[in-house]
Write a protein that binds this ligand. Sequence first.
Ligand code: FHN
Length: 460
Amino acid sequence: MKKYIISLLICLSANVFSFAQTVSAPDSLMGATVLSKRTDAAMQKWRENRFGQFIHWGLYAVPGGQWKGKNYPTSAEWLKNDAGISAAEYAELVHQFNPQKYNPAEWARIAKNMGVKYVILTTKHHEGFCLWPSKFTDFSIASTPYKKDLLMPFVKAYQKEGIDVYFYYSILDWHNPDYRSVINNEEDQKAYERYFTYVKNQLKELITTYPDIKGLWFDGQWEASYKKNYKMGYELEQYCRALKPGIILNNRIRVDAQGHVDHDYKGRHFGDFDGSFERRLPSNVKTLDFDWEACMTVPENQWGYHKIWEGHVKTPYEIQEMLATCTSMGGNFVLNFGPQPDGTIRAYEQDLARNVGAWMKINSAAIYGCDNAGLDKQDWGYFTQKPGDDKLYMIVFNIPISKTLKLKLPEKTTIADNSLLTDSHKKFRIEKAYGNEYYLHLGDGKFAQPFVITLQLKKD
Ligand code: FHN
């Protein structure tokens, strides 16, 4: 027993130390502090999750992108700004926010069936409205006809489905009278400092009231006021890490002394991962030596609920391909949902979740825990591999006319076996082309695309 306790203590201290090692003090320009991939279990879990859900929900869901009979095709959650609505007039929306059909268990079921392993919920977006009854403002759910906290039932429901919960928090705030976009004089600075205290109070409130959350996802860090007060970002980072050791923070928590956002003056991401891939994926990258996440909207640029979706709306196939792309490049993929003001999820988002989920149910082995496989990208799709595993996954999106898939293996590696992921009896003929290049012959079979082929590799 004594032996067991000693080895447990050694293990625990090694884990804490391995993370502590990666967080350093900032340099004089307030550069990044996590200089290599975190190796602790929490971050490893984040990495293995690979697929997440984003949820943008707030007062903006009520007008749904329309104001006084006019449609604003820009992002619904930016309506206050885009329609030039005064803070007082916008605040009246609290009396209309009454999500009687809010059923977080149903949301969590949809998310679970889609195959996500984590979720990020906007607790306070740029509009400043809080989804929880914050002690520090009246501009919260407590002032609505609904009154009840939206966060606790959310956290519980998602946790019940085994989905990790993260909270989004906007540093930018259009409602708090102390908030400043720019600091023009001492008064502004004083007000901004009061606002910063408000932010810290709220974050402490969130972290302590909902201790099961795994991390915080910051946004709105680009304004001149925050850049001028760049030391606040570092203070905030330390503050969150002290309140919740092991917490996972995205890169938008900080700016450096030269006003760089997302990445510091040396190009290194802030926080624990690079979350600056917004509505885009990194291009042409074989592998990245840092953790990263891409977040994506279903329509072109709507995060919050908008009554009218114009332009391109993504299909399940496109989402599956983005997820495969991110996994093959060692990153996470997060898909956004914008619930309706009554608390229900738009029918198209539900369909999309169902379809992506149906694909995930049979192919997720090629996603969860997988990473870049270190092979040259081929036009038919994406390679993924679990680190240290000798199984390689080929996620096929485009079948060539030749019905043969080219692949180039690392030196001194051969293919011991292969099969369709969904049918271990379905084998393919492999032909050695030249060097370490092979052709995999699909034959005449019909495949519901995208499909996954598993290759069992063998070292010579
Ligand atoms: O302005 C926001 C936007 O509304 C949305 O929340 C996205 C999500 O990454 N972030 C912002 C801009 O970067």
